[in-house]
Design a protein around this ligand. Structure first.
Ligand code: SMO
Length: 708
């Protein structure tokens, strides 16, 4: 039976959960009321690199209301977190819940207090004393990783090149900063000796399986719920030592346990993103064609690796050379440990790093050859007829019309008009720049599942293994199911992120959930339609484990015009537009929301956000007083345009868009700012482009800042 024409897919329906979320009626982990829970607080290391000689808990234990104080040896024999092995890794893969013989970063948990109130727990933390000794000799403690991709005769290409351009891009280290910090509420059930865990996570099923593996218990004893999660951005993709400790403590003390990180605790000990340093050289022939790319990327890692702790380093290398046709490649990606907070995926997760490097090089190539920034990209991007295209770094770019996206952006973004404004501004001595950033966004690979039941009363229950943290997944999946089954959407109920009520799945990360999780829902619904057509009667259930046949590569481009105030160094975005090809769009309001949110975070990286440590690896940006986040007033209007080339590699045809803005915006803003400053001989600046940094560059360009 052919599917009926779509009625809901493609509609900008309001998020089903918007009312509850916006009026404070959604239940987040910290809202969960438990019966007499123990409240957990951590005493954390004040040093980045030291031996831990002794921890004195006696005074803390003496306080009324303190139930227990634990130190490293109490939890030393537990298992380790598993790590996605996208790069070969060397060095220690330790995962201490509480520090053992040494501390490896400021903020690392050293002791844990369990008390009858959060205030007593916090007071008791002040009464735990650690005695530190000299750091163990040697290099930074932690894992490292390296990979080298090579194809073609790179040296020969550089030899015969007409021009070679070179640059570095250093990404600031960023704090993902979801509205809701890390939170966990563990309800202990004494009869069965089981727990129900409300965990603010992107990966509820993995949270359950990892908890079971680390604690060495049967996963049947753990039920994880993550139905309301207040943002995550990659920071909640992994399970934290503090969270594992909370669950361990519930079993150990046979009591419920609650822990909610303070904002400063998240700055200190939740994962950071970016911090990647990249360097590249691009060889160009006399027609402005790219011959070879040599690139080095170096991503920081902390002393322990989250599940996706190698993904940023891997993506920063393997996504090169983006959508460009370059025959000879020499790409090295490295992950290097430091005595700092762990790093993990943060919205983009290596995609901005790869794309910013190539887009800076392409802009320098345009300048070197005298070609227009649009023209040189169109000349070198893979053509629609060249896709699917397999890259030397092991990717298959699936589908799209890259040059078409640029043509659309050039026209809709008013490029010619922006150039006229630039000329007019410059004629009056102003600093005005126009910048372009093309990007590709590989979305996640692998599987998701769905269980769809068509009830006898014609209502439908969709249970998905995927999840969401403000994405509106329940609405999008209802749209997909209603259309596939040919019923009204009100009859479709969707549930996600509950390990007892949903089939296993991965979760919401890597721009994967609609493409893969949505395909699973679609496949299950199609199966039901086919079975009904064969005469089976209701109720009917279809359970599908769906695996895509390859990654969907969203892509697009951002065009930004900036003005920089000569007297203050303040950068103002005069105009911003984008074209994103996200394949099939289920809900355009959700896609626009993702694009705008990603743009805001991309602008944050480009212009203000930065985690700063001093020379002793002490964190200097431990609160929002010191770490600048973009506010609504900082974010300009963004003109969004779309293209719709379906991905051939998943049933739905959708492509990821969750990270688009964080990838495209920094490249475009950086290119625009350096276009504005080109007349002053400034060819290089590191993000974030703060007024202070721009003012100093304008008024006293340091002699070596023009060199890569
Ligand atoms: S950085 Mo994302 O949540 O895969």
């Amino acid at each position: 039976m052919p599917a009926p024409p779509p009625r809901y897919v493609g509609q900008a329906l309001t998020d089903r959960r918007a009312q509850a979320l916006l009026t404070g009626r959604a239940v987040f982990a910290d809202d969960v009321r438990l019966d007499r829970p123990l409240h957990l607080a951590f005493m954390r290391s004040v040093l980045a690199d030291a031996t831990l000689e002794a921890v004195d808990t006696s005074q803390a234990e003496y306080l009324q209301g303190v139930v227990a104080v634990h130190v490293g040896r109490d939890v030393a024999d537990l298992g380790r977190l598993s790590v996605n092995p996208v790069l070969p890794v060397t060095g220690p893969l330790e995962y201490p819940l509480l520090a053992g013989q040494a501390v490896y970063a400021v903020g690392q948990p050293v002791a844990a207090v369990l008390a009858e109130s959060p205030f007593i727990a916090q007071d008791a933390v002040e009464c735990v004393y650690a005695q530190y000794g000299d750091p163990p000799a040697g290099e930074a403690h932690g894992p490292s990783a390296f990979q080298h991709w090579q194809t073609g005769d790179v040296a020969a290409c550089f030899d015969r090149a007409d021009q070679v351009v070179e640059c570095r891009v250093r990404h600031p280290r960023l704090a993902p900063s979801p509205m809701e910090p890390r939170t966990i509420a563990v309800e202990y059930e004494p009869t069965a000796d089981t727990v129900r865990v409300w965990h603010s996570t992107q990966t509820p099923h993995r949270s359950r399986s990892e908890l079971a593996a680390i604690l060495g218990i049967d996963a049947q004893r753990i039920h994880v719920v993550a139905t309301s999660v207040g943002g995550a951005f990659g920071m909640k993709a992994s399970l934290y030592p503090e969270e594992v400790f909370a669950v361990w403590a519930a079993f150990r003390h046979r009591r419920s346990v609650k822990w909610t990180a303070s904002r400063s605790e998240d700055f200190l000990a939740a994962t950071h993103g970016r911090g990647v340093h990249t360097h590249g050289r691009l060889a160009i022939d006399r027609h402005g064609r790219f011959l070879a790319l040599q690139a080095r990327t170096d991503a920081p890692v902390g002393h322990w690796l989250p599940n996706s702790g190698l993904v940023t380093a891997w993506n920063s290398g393997r996504i090169l050379p983006g959508g460009y046709r370059i025959e000879a490649l020499d790409i090295q990606a490295r992950a290097t440990p430091a005595h700092r907070a762990p790093t993990g995926i943060y919205r983009g997760a290596g995609r901005p790093e790869a794309n910013c490097l190539i887009e800076r090089l392409v802009d320098l190539a345009a300048r070197a050859t005298g070609l227009d920034p649009f023209a040189i990209r169109e000349r070198n991007l893979l053509g629609a007829d060249e896709l699917p295209h397999e890259t030397a770094t092991g990717n298959v770019l699936d589908s799209g019309d890259y040059a078409g996206a640029l043509r659309l952006l050039r026209e809709r973004g008013g490029y010619d008009e922006l150039l006229r404004r630039r000329d007019a501004c410059r004629a009056q001595g102003g600093l005005y720049g126009v910048g372009l950033g093309f990007y590709v966004e590989p979305s996640g690979n692998g599987w998701e599942s769905a269980e769809v039941t068509w009830q006898a009363d014609d209502s439908v229950d969709v249970a998905s293994g995927s999840s969401s943290q403000g994405h509106g997944r329940e609405t999008a999946f209802a749209q997909i199911a209603a259309d596939a089954l040919g019923i009204t959407i009100e009859r479709v109920a969707v549930r996600c992120a509950d390990t007892a009520r949903c089939p296993a799945g991965i979760g919401a990360l890597a721009s994967r959930s609609t493409a893969i999780g949505g395909s699973a829902v679609l496949e299950a619904c199609r199966e039901l339609v086919a079975r009904r057509a064969r005469g089976e009667s209701l109720p009917l259930t279809a359970a599908v484990r769906y695996e895509n046949t390859g990654q969907a590569w969203g892509y697009g481009a951002y065009l930004v015009a900036v003005r920089i105030d000569v007297d203050t160094g303040q950068l103002t975005i005069e105009r911003a537009s984008c074209v994103d090809d996200t394949g099939l769009v289920v809900n355009p309001a959700q896609v626009d929301g993702q694009v705008r949110g990603g743009f805001a975070q991309g602008l944050g990286e480009a212009t203000m956000e930065q985690v700063v440590y001093d020379e002793n690896d002490q964190l200097l940006t431990g609160s929002f007083m010191d770490y600048a986040m973009p506010r609504a007033a900082d974010i300009p209007a963004l003109d969004i345009h779309k293209m719709h080339t379906p991905s051939p590699f998943n049933t739905l045809g959708a492509k990821g868009v969750g990270e688009a803005g964080t990838i495209g915006a920094p490249a475009a803003i950086l290119n625009a700012a350096l276009d504005a400053l080109a007349g002053l001989g400034i060819a290089h600046l590191d993000m974030p482009l703060t007024p202070d940094k721009l003012w100093h560059a304008i008024h006293a360009p340091p002699p070596n800042e023009g060199e890569p």
